[in-house]
Ligand binder design. Structure first.
Ligand SMILES: [Zn+2]
Length: 326
């Protein structure tokens, strides 16, 4: 095995699950190989949540830990501030020999969240790997990692799931067949993205967007409704959640216009996430105009990250999306 692997590909397609499965396979009592899933080591890897219960596996999972950034003390040994609880570091973990198996494994989820100091600290470990050490970095944004880290990893690229597979994952997650079908299309091969969309009530948002695009509803009225819709929008503060709602709305508006543009280029309804609305728009609006509106929406979307007021941006996006009555 190489000492460092980089699992990369779109968000929500199962890269981190694959990393856990891989760790299980390395530590399995029958292995290394395809994990049996039943032996003690397999069970311990699978249980225990963020930290895992296996002594030869170290997991850094900023999502479960609720951390925006992976700080340097998770990677290298640092003196702790008074009152700070000492957290185990990757470096300390790797300084010990394997307890049970022949490997010491580290999984870092969303590794692009490592701050620069943390990445530099990790680089040292990657330069002098101990035998039996395997580090798996997971990311959907490799651009957020230092080039020197990437060049020391074997890069494994994950593809989005086929529509049917995505639908099946969604059904296993408890969605009914119709919801699963619609959301699988919206998720474009990423069940994680589809489930996020379900939580943020994307189908209801889309219904409002379609009404605005087709001239059946005024942008200002629809904007008010969009603020009222229930949905889970991640964020630590009220304003962060508002920005997240705004991102979801503008992403969906962009996807809608993009589909209309593709429809005008001859892509059929079955291949489009927003089939009916997209076809209707393509029949009334010139492709060049769709392109122009798409760019305007992308600009509004970029402004969300520049901290412009989310309320004003949703209205601006809806005004761009309003193509007027047929
Ligand atoms: Zn096993």
């Amino acid at each position: 095995l190489p000492h460092a692997l980089l699992f990369e590909g779109r968000a929500g397609i199962g890269k981190f699950l694959a990393a856990k499965w891989f760790a299980m396979g390395c530590l399995c009592a029958q292995g290394p190989g395809v994990p049996c899933g039943l032996c003690g080591p397999c069970r311990r890897v699978g249980s225990g949540g963020e930290r895992s219960n296996h002594p030869d596996l170290f997991v850094i999972d900023p999502i479960l830990e609720g951390e925006e950034r992976i700080r340097v003390r998770r990677i290298a040994e640092r003196d702790h501030e008074p009152g700070e609880s000492p957290e185990p570091s990757l470096e300390a973990f790797l300084s010990l020999r394997p307890v049970e198996g022949r490997y010491r494994l580290v999984l870092v989820r969303e590794s692009q969240r490592m701050i620069l100091h943390a990445q530099n600290a990790l680089l040292k470990t990657l330069e002098e790997p101990r035998p039996g050490t395997v580090i798996v970095l997971e990311t959907h944004r490799p651009a957020g990692l230092l080039a020197t880290i990437k060049s020391r990893c074997i890069r494994i690229r994950f593809q989005p799931l086929a529509h049917a597979a995505c639908e099946e994952v969604l059904r296993t997650s408890g969605l009914d067949a119709q919801e699963a079908g619609a959301l699988a299309r919206l998720g474009e091969g990423s069940p994680g993205r589809a489930l996020d969309l379900a939580r943020s009530s994307a189908p209801a948002i889309l219904a409002r967007l379609a009404e605005v695009a087709l001239g059946r509803s005024a942008p200002s009225a629809a904007a008010a409704e969009l603020w009222e819709l229930d949905g889970e929008f991640s964020g630590k503060s009220e304003s962060a959640m508002e920005r997240e709602r705004c991102r979801v709305v503008l992403d969906l508006a962009q996807a809608l216009v993009r589909d209309a543009w593709r429809a005008s280029a001859g892509v059929t309804s079955a291949e489009l996430a927003h089939g009916d609305t997209a076809i209707a728009l393509a029949g009334r609006v010139h492709a060049a105009e769709l392109h122009r509106r798409g760019l305007a929406l992308a600009e509004a979307r970029a402004d969300v990250d520049h901290n412009l007021a989310a309320g004003a941006l949703i209205e601006r996006g809806l005004a761009v999306l309003a193509f007027g009555p047929a």
